[in-house]
Design a protein around this ligand. Structure first.
Ligand code: ADP
Ligand code: GLC
Length: 503
């Protein structure tokens, strides 16, 4: 089965969050269960530098008026040999700043066109742009690739397009643009209505994906249920309820070639469940490097996170004094929201030597905090899946989480019954309040007073496996179901989708 993955970031080329980890790991996992996967990516400098060109550039038919010419370059990843198509458009993708945001933190003003082009070119590849390789199915990730299924239908011009699957990694980011973007993207005005791409008077890439994809997935079973409720549906819960029969939750996996304390090259020392001494030594080194007071008995809490309202670190300042008073230390590596950073810094600065806040995106430090800490804090307000709590378990660092989304699906709380049957892997709390977080922190200290129980929970956490092979089989089975249905998408709209005429 030939699958074209469409995404805006991918490890090891470019990463702003878990989306890149997933898009980096999924192709090989799918490959090992019988799928042949290629990936279409925007041609950022980081992407161009990480690939080896392997074929002749293919010019794409002109887009709507005034859009720069684009072409796709067949290439392979230098690191893994994975085959990719690089969407080449220097005007759109080769600039200083982030993939989505300019250096001042504001979204690039032409994001609708940049990512509209990603969807349009994905659809062209789906319809045979590369005569040597035509995918049978397109798998698009998050709003950046959200126009893929719509363009597939628009550009099919009576032919049968390949099937489309869209994965929601985060419903909170929707790619919403002024209605005027419709014309610039070459989308017919007839689609600008409630059953189409209109969203509160604007147009939404996310909504287009939810309406026009053959199947929808998201990254944990619990989040798949949560987003059909008004509380977590970000205004799209009605549509998601209407498409519930096409929506599946497939839990992300962990790439244990990257996240494994026994082989991790980003750690100064390696360790495993059978030889955990290395963990202590890493903690000592990191403590020294970051200026933590030497307190070998202290419980070290860590967090590696985007700083955003989603990740819930706003709950932390009121808890911090008690955390330190009980004998805790805290290291946070975070980047993002400057207001959240300032609030956190003000609280942490009250405890010099016991609390350290590091900012920016730092891959080696992320691995070292994961390895050095006793407890990983992840009090997210909502969490589609979350990868760091699963990484933490592998590193013998017990996750402390708000029980939502993928966090609820992956962490088993240290309740007495879970300690009794040795299923506990961490700490979870129910109410999204600082009081509930504080209580969970107290339970972490209480468990620490019971060294045998602590060691058992750590063993269970380190032995837990969230393999990509399980997730890959679920995706493969879903893909096969779609292909077996042989949908004639050009003439038959699917459930939940509005008919689309070719422009
Ligand atoms: P999300 O994608 O919502 O940010 P995930 O838990 O799915 O959350 O994935 C986060 C990924 O980004 C993990 O690989 C984590 O290690 C990494 N990460 C988050 N913040 C940083 C940072 N400041 N520096 C380095 N890596 C980070
Ligand atoms: C998003 C979500 C996160 C998830 C990641 C990968 O960034 O916020 O929960 O783990 O995507 O699917």
């Amino acid at each position: 089965m030939r699958v074209l993955q469409v995404c805006a970031e991918m490890v090891p080329l470019l990463k702003t969050g878990g989306l890149a980890d997933v898009c980096g790991a999924l192709p090989a996992a799918l490959q090992s269960v019988g799928c042949e996967v290629r990936t279409l990516l925007p041609g950022y400098d980081a992407v161009r530098e990480g690939v080896q060109v392997s074929g002749t550039a293919i010019d794409c038919p002109a887009g709507p008026d005034r859009q720069p010419a684009v072409r796709v370059i067949p290439a392979t990843l230098r690191a893994t040999g994975h085959k990719v198509y690089v969407l080449e458009s220097p005007a759109w993708f080769r600039r200083d700043g982030g993939p989505y945001l300019a250096a001042d933190g504001t979204p690039w003003p032409d994001n609708a066109l940049r990512f509209g082009a990603l969807g349009r070119v994905a659809a062209l590849l789906g319809l045979g742009l590369d005569s040597s390789w035509r995918p049978q199915l397109l798998h698009a990730h998050d709003w950046h690739a959200g126009l893929t299924p719509l363009y597939l239908r628009l550009l099919a011009a009576g032919r049968r397009p390949p099937a489309s699957v869209f994965t929601i990694h985060n419903l909170a980011f929707q790619g919403v643009f002024p209605a005027s973007a419709m014309a610039a993207l070459g989308l017919p005005g007839s689609l600008f209505h409630m059953e189409g791409v209109e969203f509160h008077g604007q147009m939404s890439f996310m909504k287009a994906a939810l309406v026009y994809s053959d199947a929808l997935t998201t990254v944990s079973p619990r989040y798949a249920r949560e987003i059909t409720s008004p509380e977590q549906g970000c205004g799209l819960d009605g549509l998601l309820r209407a498409r519930q029969a096409q929506l599946t939750g497939i839990l992300n996996g962990v790439d244990y070639d990257i996240w494994n304390p026994a082989t991790d090259a980003l750690l100064p020392l390696r360790y495993d469940a059978d030889s955990p001494q290395g963990k202590l030594a890493i903690r000592q080194r990191l403590g020294q490097a970051l200026g933590l007071r030497e307190r070998p008995q202290a419980l070290l809490f860590g967090a590696v996170t985007r700083l955003s309202e989603q990740k819930g670190l706003q709950l932390l300042p009121p808890v911090l004094d008690a955390l330190v008073a009980q004998g805790g230390q805290l290291v946070v590596l975070g980047s993002g929201d400057t207001a959240q950073e300032a609030a956190l810094r003000a609280a942490m600065d009250r405890h010099p030597g016991d609390c350290v806040l590091c900012t920016g995106h730092d891959e080696p430090l992320a691995h070292q905090i994961m390895a050095a800490s006793d407890v990983l804090l992840m009090p997210s307000r909502f969490e589609p899946c979350g990868l760091t709590q699963m990484y933490a378990m592998r590193y013998g660092t017990l996750p402390l989480v708000h029980a939502v989304g993928g966090l609820a699906d992956t962490v088993t709380d240290c309740a007495l019954e879970n300690l009794a049957d040795a299923s506990a892997t961490g700490f979870s709390f129910g109410d999204f309040t600082s009081q509930a977080l504080a209580a969970a922190v107290r339970r972490a200290f209480a468990l620490r007073q019971r060294p045998d129980d602590w060691a058992q929970v750590r063993r269970t956490a380190m032995a837990a496996r969230f393999d990509w092979s399980r997730a890959a089989r679920s995706y493969r089975d879903l893909f096969e179901t779609l292909l077996n249905r042989h949908p004639d998408t050009a003439s038959t709209p699917r459930a939940g989708a509005s008919p689309v005429r070719s422009p």
